[in-house]
Write a protein that binds this ligand. Structure first.
Ligand code: ADP
Length: 608
């Protein structure tokens, strides 16, 4: 129950809307009650007893007296109005019934309209919160395994919450209100009968509750088992090549079959139990109704209760079971939704590791960039960068080379402050980069990486990423300088061509030249090239290389390259291995050193 309230608190921002929903639901309940009570005079007329109104007996307990009087007055007035014409009286009543039903349904519809707003606004807020948070979270958060999980939170969990919100938010106060008002009506009609019935209610509640609880438990397990089956299938699809090559199909089949069987077994028992709930609750419901018929009927025979009061009572009573059911469903939905909400909250409150300073300095870059005794480890694991010192003068090109896993990419991520150093400092013109805002720092930095990241948008917007105020001429100039203008113009819609998702319609070289145009347009002080040409064939590499040279001209560049031919002309080459600087120097110096660089060059069969 506590979890449920916590869950509902999420919609607390929309008090006005909730109030609107409440008011109209209240009207709905009242009109519903009136429409049910309206059968009483109809029965009276049908039984031809309209003239006997004075003999109406009130309920044995005092509460009903007031209602009896009001009702009698109404009947008096009504008989006068109908002037003893039963047909006309019936017609009035029928019209009245239609009008009340209309009011009832208009109220309900209005209440539901409020609910739609509450639901959509709170869910939208949740989605925006997640999206915004994802833009803020450190890069380290987004490894591959997390990505699937994040997408599932954004889609499945949000759906789950939306459903829970829809089912429970309203039901959790609407149904109790409905039950209370109807119970009051029952007491007013006949307090004695209500007392009898109440004695049997706990028994009914226990029977229905027992089925509900076991259903709940089983269906939670069902979700888990289904999740396992699905991820097993997904894993198989991902590894199908290996499974086939290693003749492991049989093994995988039997593994899958076992999981599937467990799920199926559980599912059968869930469905059986589910199917059971309806006949059981109907049997219980009818039993209680039969009891009511018996008790109420005897009261009518004994003259303790008027027949039409009894039938009105019966009509209202029969409407009481659905609210009870809806309420218990709402509790269940809220509990399920809570699990999803927790997953969302865990994400929204995840710590943003890299924080901006309270009073940031404005970054300037006139002298150079210095890495001073820099060490770094991911999540307190072993150090991947160990006490590194690198000095980059403004305008220089510095190459980072070394075997895979040496820490080159990590180092550039530190410079862009995707992570903060664990030890030491990175200085820009002598000032620690942690003194600047991340945005201020990244204004100075441009990145072209191995996998050119393009978005599902127009060519123009991809080049002018984050700079929408640029003119077409500026974009074109950058594209020309990146040797991209010609192929862009060959597209049907030129710069307005929509790039398919992730740039699927473009060749690797074309994509890379768009990335370079993007970097050119940003005109950053410091350029980071992370294996910018290594994914390309030699033909496209040439075109891209030309574009890159232009980009690097008169700019401070930090270049990571696997193909050493591309870094031979760097002002300084830093050779990294296992997070440490092994040697530093120009191409010539390092060749003369005859150490790791020399070995790498030989491996690539480049002439010294
Ligand atoms: P390089 O770019 O030289 O190939 P990286 O900087 O990518 O090397 O990786 C350096 C080391 O850091 C490797 O041992 C790698 O396994 C580890 N590493 C890289 N990214 C992460 C991460 N997000 N979490 C934990 N370890 C990482």
């Amino acid at each position: 129950m506590k979890a449920v309230f916590k869950f509902l608190r999420y919609a607390a921002d929309y008090k006005g809307l909730i109030f609107g929903n409440f008011i109209f639901n209240f009207f709905y309940i009242v009109f519903n009650l009136i429409s049910l009570l309206m059968i009483m005079p109809v029965l009276k007329i049908l039984f031809g007893k309209a003239e006997e109104t004075n003999e109406i007996k009130s309920s044995t307990y005092g509460v009903g007296d007031w209602f009896s009087h009001v009702y009698r007055d109404f009947l008096d007035w009504f008989s006068d109005l109908a002037k003893g014409e039963p047909f006309q009286a019936l017609a009035y009543l029928s019209i009245g019934l239609v009008i009340v039903t209309l009011f009832k349904n208009v109220s309900r519809y209005t209440a539901m309209n409020f609910m739609v707003l509450i639901r959509n606004k709170s869910i939208r807020k949740m989605r925006l919160d997640i999206y915004e948070k994802c833009l803020k979270l450190p890069i380290a958060y987004f490894n591959n395994e997390r990505k699937g999980d994040l997408i599932s939170r954004m889609s499945n969990d949000i759906k789950e919450i939306e459903f829970a919100l829809m089912v429970s938010l309203e039901a959790l106060y609407f149904q109790p209100l409905n039950i209370i008002i109807f119970m009051i009506a029952l007491v007013v009609l006949s307090a004695k009968l209500t007392l009898y019935i109440l004695l049997f209610l706990p028994l009914t509640a226990i029977i229905i509750g027992l089925i509900g609880r076991s259903l709940r438990r089983k269906s939670t397990k069902n979700q888990q088992l289904l999740g396992r089956v699905m991820s097993s299938f997904e894993e198989t699809l991902g590894g199908i090549r290996i499974i086939k090559a290693f003749n492991a199909s049989k093994y995988f089949y039997s593994r899958y079959e076992k999981q599937d069987q467990e799920y199926t077994r559980n599912n059968i028992s869930v469905q059986r139990r589910y199917d059971l709930s309806s006949p059981v609750s109907e049997t219980v419901g009818i039993s209680v109704s039969a009891l009511l018929l018996w008790l109420g009927g005897s009261m009518v025979f004994r003259g303790e209760l008027d027949p039409e009061f009894f039938l009105g009572y019966f009509a209202i009573f029969s409407q009481l079971i659905p609210p009870f059911k809806a309420f218990s469903n709402a509790l269940y939905a809220a509990q399920k939704g809570m699990a999803s909400l927790e997953r969302i909250q865990e994400l929204v409150t995840a710590p943003v590791v890299v924080e901006d300073p309270q009073q940031p300095d404005t970054p300037v870059f006139n002298v150079g960039l210095e890495l001073k005794n820099v060490s770094f480890e991911y999540h307190s694991e072993a150090k991947v960068i160990k006490n590194i010192n690198i000095d980059v003068k403004k305008g220089q090109t510095v190459a980072l080379v070394g075997p895979s896993g040496a820490g080159k990419t990590t180092l550039t991520d530190l410079i862009a402050r995707f992570y903060d150093v664990s030890d030491g400092a990175i200085l820009l013109d002598g000032k620690d980069i942690r003194k600047f805002t991340q945005e201020g720092l990244r204004d100075l930095i441009g990145v072209v990486s191995q996998e050119s990241i393009l978005f599902n948008d127009t060519v123009r917007n991809n080049i002018a990423l984050g700079l929408p105020e640029l003119t077409q001429r500026e974009v074109e100039e950058a594209a020309k300088a990146a040797y991209a203008h010609d192929f862009i113009m060959s597209f049907e819609n030129g710069y307005d061509t929509e790039i398919g998702e992730r740039g699927g319609k473009l060749s690797g070289g074309q994509k890379q030249r768009l990335s370079i145009a993007r970097a050119l347009l940003k005109n950053p002080e410091i350029l980071i090239l992370d294996e910018a040409t290594s994914a390309l064939d030699s033909q496209s590499e040439k075109a891209v290389q030309k574009a890159l040279e232009l980009l690097m001209k008169d700019r401070t560049s930090i270049v990571i390259a696997h193909r050493l031919s591309t870094v031979m002309h760097a002002d300084k080459i830093v050779v990294l291995d296992q997070g440490e600087v092994i040697e530093t120097g120009t191409h010539k110096e390092l060749i003369a050193n005859q150490k790791l660089y020399h070995k790498l060059i030989q491996l690539q069969e480049l002439k010294a």
